[in-house]
Design a protein around this ligand. Structure first.
Ligand code: 6GU
Length: 225
C-alpha cells in the first residue's frame, strides 16, 4: 500500500510514522507514506494557499489551484483507489471503513485547514470524505494519522500473532471483554476464577458474555447496527 498525504503542516505527520507498529510496517515495506507540503505547489511568490471566502464571513478557504497541481502530479504517476478528504463534516470513521480501506493499493489523503477547501476540490477530486468523530480539530493532520493507523495495522504482516487484529474490539461490533495478566492476586485483588480454570470453552463463553454486557452498558448503539 502507498499513502500520499497532502498537508500544510507536514511536521505534524512525521512522528506518528517514526515509532512502534507504523514504523515497522514501513521498514517491512508493507506500506509507503509520502508527505507533500501544499506550499510547494503554489505559483504565487507569497506561497499563498488560502484566501478569503466569496460571500464574506470569517475564516480562510484553501484554494483549488495548489491542490489541483499536487493531485494532478500524483495522478500522472500512478492511479489511486481513493482520494480522501479529512473533514469534520465527512462520514464518521468506523472499523468497517478501516477494514475496506486496508484492502486498497494507493490512497491520497488531503488534510483540511482553516475553514476547509474550496467546494470545487471536493466536487472534482475527492472520492471519500472522512471525519474521526464529532469534535473539531485544528486541522486534518491528526485525523489523517488516526486514519492511517487504523488502516495500516490491518495490512497482513503488520501485526504479529500476539497482537492480531482479528480479536480487536469493534471487529464484530462488540467492545472487548476485561483482560488480566500476572499476578493473579494483586494486594488481595483476584482475577476471575474462570480464567485460571484451564477450561477454554468456559473461558470463551465468559469473554463473550462480558463483551456483550459491556457493549449493552456502554455502546448499545453498536448492537443496533
Ligand atoms: Cl477529519 N478534521 C478536523 N479538522 N476536525 C475533525 C476531523 C477532521 N474529524 C473530527 N474532527
Amino acid at each position: 500500500m502507498r499513502i500520499d498525504i497532502i498537508t500544510v503542516v507536514p511536521d505534524l505527520l512525521k512522528s506518528p510514522f517514526e515509532a512502534s507498529i507504523l514504523k515497522r510496517a514501513i521498514e517491512k515495506n508493507l506500506v509507503e507514506i509520502h508527505l507533500h507540503n501544499l506550499r510547494d505547489y503554489t505559483t504565487s511568490s507569497y506561497k499563498q494557499i488560502d484566501d478569503y471566502q466569496y460571500g464574506g464571513g470569517a475564516g480562510m478557504v484553501m484554494m483549488i489551484e495548489p491542490i489541483d497541481k499536487c493531485i494532478s502530479k500524483l495522478k500522472s504517476k500512478r492511479s489511486y483507489d481513493e482520494i480522501i478528504y479529512l473533514t469534520p463534516d465527512g462520514n464518521v470513521l468506523n472499523q468497517s471503513m478501516a477494514n475496506s480501506l486496508s484492502l486498497k493499493g494507493n490512497l491520497i489523503m488531503l488534510c483540511g485547514h482553516y475553514k476547509g477547501v474550496d467546494q470545487r476540490v471536493r466536487d472534482l477530486f475527492v472520492t471519500k470524505e472522512i471525519s474521526i468523530g464529532d469534535y473539531v480539530l485544528s486541522g486534518g493532520e491528526l485525523a489523517a494519522a488516526v486514519l492511517c493507523d487504523s488502516i495500516i495495522r490491518l495490512i497482513p504482516g503488520v501485526l504479529g500473532n500476539e497482537t492480531s487484529a482479528l480479536t480487536d474490539a469493534f471487529q464484530d461490533n462488540l467492545l472487548s471483554p476485561p483482560i488480566y495478566t500476572r499476578p493473579s492476586n494483586y494486594k488481595g485483588h483476584m482475577i476471575p476464577d474462570v480464567l485460571l480454570s484451564g477450561h477454554q470453552k468456559k473461558i470463551d463463553n465468559w469473554r463473550d458474555d462480558k463483551a456483550l454486557q459491556r457493549t449493552k452498558d456502554r455502546r448499545p448503539d453498536l448492537l443496533e447496527e
